[in-house]
Design a protein around this ligand. Structure first.
Ligand code: 16G
Ligand code: MG
Length: 541
């Protein structure tokens, strides 16, 4: 390590005094103006991680669905996964070190992790369309180069595209080519082959309106559209040419507010979807003749995907072990439907993609989706090999196996990916001859409400049982239990947010009115027992 150079460059990326940030569920995230030092330091850390793993590491500059003024950064591990938890701690330590301590922290990490400093390092970078992203990614590059790392800057990419690139590069090209063209070709080839297998023509149905959240998804869909235009026609809205990123549009807005995005012309019963700002989440929706919004969230996507996979497996004649992974936010109706009607085992993990991804890896086929629309399906290597062999057969079995092989290729197995998920969903709807209304009618969501409560220190709330039970503060879980008992089909939980300084409250019940009152009453309990600050929760919606 050229220690002098590190010190010199670090001074150009000074940490604002008194600022402490934590590597959260999705990396560092805050107002863009406070992130320059973080970017430089994450460039340094990525080099150490790359030397340690002897692999290419990714650095993505984005704040996803957060406001345009914010930004963020996260590191991507060799197989396209989220950074290992022990290194999240190193990231937090390095991010908060005072200027004079930087070298000591770097040395500590290197020693603790036995990093061979002579080893080469290679970093790939991607960024979203935020005005601040280009300059911030230059600061990452400064950190990478000062430690002698090599890099390739993909510049504008969706988050899942960067995960894909990292995965491709570290698996010797087996997964795909680590270029945008490689990504577009791999996905569109699988999609077009699937469409060809559809028995009904259903041409009139093959168009979808996409709300791109004024983000990177619009650019990348435009780039990719020509590859599959004969199979699917897309109409893009909120493509960033006019509106502000994530403002009153995008998957997070539609899901959280249960409202239509602005900037979209929608006729009744048209199939629509929304991406978030970095295109790693997707939700579908349509408006019925009465103008009522029908939201089809991650839970319903998981249901569609897992039922389709289960049917194909039956046709292929393979009894593989398939599991669906959800979080506490999964609508109770979805869990019941999956377990009781589809007879698929369902598992619950803590919020955050890394937890779901990790659990899904335990199965031959693991389907995971958060209700907010982030998810994918993972297939074990053995399954992939087996299915590809069976796909060579010229009988019905072979036909089903071919379909399955294409589905495997169409899913981004490195990360939940709005583009890839959209193509999977569109292909399944065509293959099964389903309309979006029929898909929606698989089960009826229980009415639900999410609220947030400000408290002095959200760490006073600790949870267990995949965040479904509060352990502290004392008395809170008992209070929630008593409130839940008052309503039918009710359920509620609270958890400290990993991305905002608030406590989140979720409630569901047999009617919207009851879900709203339960959420309100639980919020009050949090406010009273966990040190609420500012205005007391309000009961009106
Ligand atoms: C991050 C997570 C997302 C999770 C959300 C919860 C990733 C890539 N993203 O956006 O999965 O649902 O945080 O936010 O892991 P919260 O902790 O503020 O509720
Ligand atoms: Mg996102």
């Amino acid at each position: 390590m050229d220690l002098e150079a590190v010190t010199k460059h670090s001074a150009f990326h000074a940490k604002p005094s008194g600022l402490t940030l934590q590597y959260g569920t999705a990396g560092f995230r805050t107002t863009a103006a406070h992130l320059d030092h973080i970017m430089f330091r994450m460039g340094l850390l990525a080099v150490l991680r790359s030397k340690h793993t002897r692999s290419t590491i990714g650095v993505m500059v984005t704040a996803s669905h957060n406001p345009e003024e914010d930004n963020g950064v996260k590191l991507i591990d060799p197989l396209g996964e989220m950074l290992a938890p022990s290194w999240e701690e190193h990231a937090t330590c390095l991010a908060n070190a005072e200027e004079q301590d930087i070298l000591r922290v770097l040395t500590d990490i290197s020693e603790k992790e036995s990093v061979d400093l002579q080893q080469d390092a290679f970093i790939v970078l991607g960024r979203d369309t935020r005005p601040s992203s280009e300059k911030l990614s230059q600061s990452v590059i400064d950190g990478v180069t000062v430690l002698g790392g090599q890099f390739h800057d993909y510049s504008l990419l969706t988050t899942p595209q960067l995960h894909y690139m990292v995965y491709c590069r570290n698996t010797g090209g087996q997964y795909g080519k680590a270029t945008i063209e490689g990504y577009c070709q791999k996905l569109s080839k699988a999609f077009m082959e699937l469409i060809k297998q559809a028995s009904c023509s259903g041409d009139e149905n093959r168009s979808v309106k996409v709300d791109c959240a004024n983000g990177i998804g619009a650019l990348k869909l435009k780039e990719m559209q020509r590859y599959f235009s004969q199979g699917l026609s897309l109409q893009l809205f909120n493509d960033g040419t006019r509106g502000k990123l994530n403002h009153l549009c995008g998957a997070d807005f539609v899901k959280t507010h249960q409202k239509l995005p602005q900037g979209m012309e929608i006729k009744s019963n048209e199939r629509c979807c929304s991406f978030d700002g970095d295109a790693d989440r997707i939700v579908y929706f349509y408006c019925d003749a009465g103008g009522h919004l029908h939201l089809i969230d991650g839970d319903k996507i998981a249901t569609l995907v897992s039922s389709f996979l289960k049917e194909l497996l039956l046709e292929v004649g393979e009894s593989l072990n398939i599991g669906v992974v959800q979080t506490a936010y999964a609508n109770g109706s979805s869990t019941r439907y999956l377990e009781e009607v589809m007879k698929v085992p369902v598992y619950c993990t803590k919020t955050g993609v890394k937890h779901l991804h990790h659990k899904a890896q335990e199965f031959d086929i693991g389907v995971y989706f958060e209700a907010n629309g982030h998810g994918t399906a993972l297939f074990s290597k053995a399954v992939e090999v087996k299915i590809k062999q069976l796909a060579e057969l010229e009988d019905e079995k072979g036909k089903a196996a071919k379909m399955l092989a294409n589905i495997i290729n169409l899913f981004n197995q490195a990360a939940g990916d709005a583009i890839s998920d959209m193509l999977v969903i569109e292909a399944i709807l065509v293959l099964k001859g389903l309309t979006v209304q029929q898909w929606d009618a698989l089960y009826t969501d229980l009415p639900n409400r999410q609220l947030k409560v400000k408290v002095a220190d959200r760490r006073v709330i600790s949870t267990t049982d995949a965040e479904r039970q509060a352990v502290t503060p004392p008395g809170l879980q008992e209070a929630i239990n008593d409130l839940v008992k008052k309503y039918k089909l009710a359920r509620a939980f609270v958890r400290p947010s990993g991305t905002e300084d608030v406590v989140r409250v979720y409630a569901e019940a047999d009617s919207q009115e009851n879900a709203d009152s339960l959420a309100y009453e639980v919020s009050l309990a949090v406010y009273q027992l966990a040190g609420g600050i500012g205005e007391r929760p309000q009961s009106s919606f």
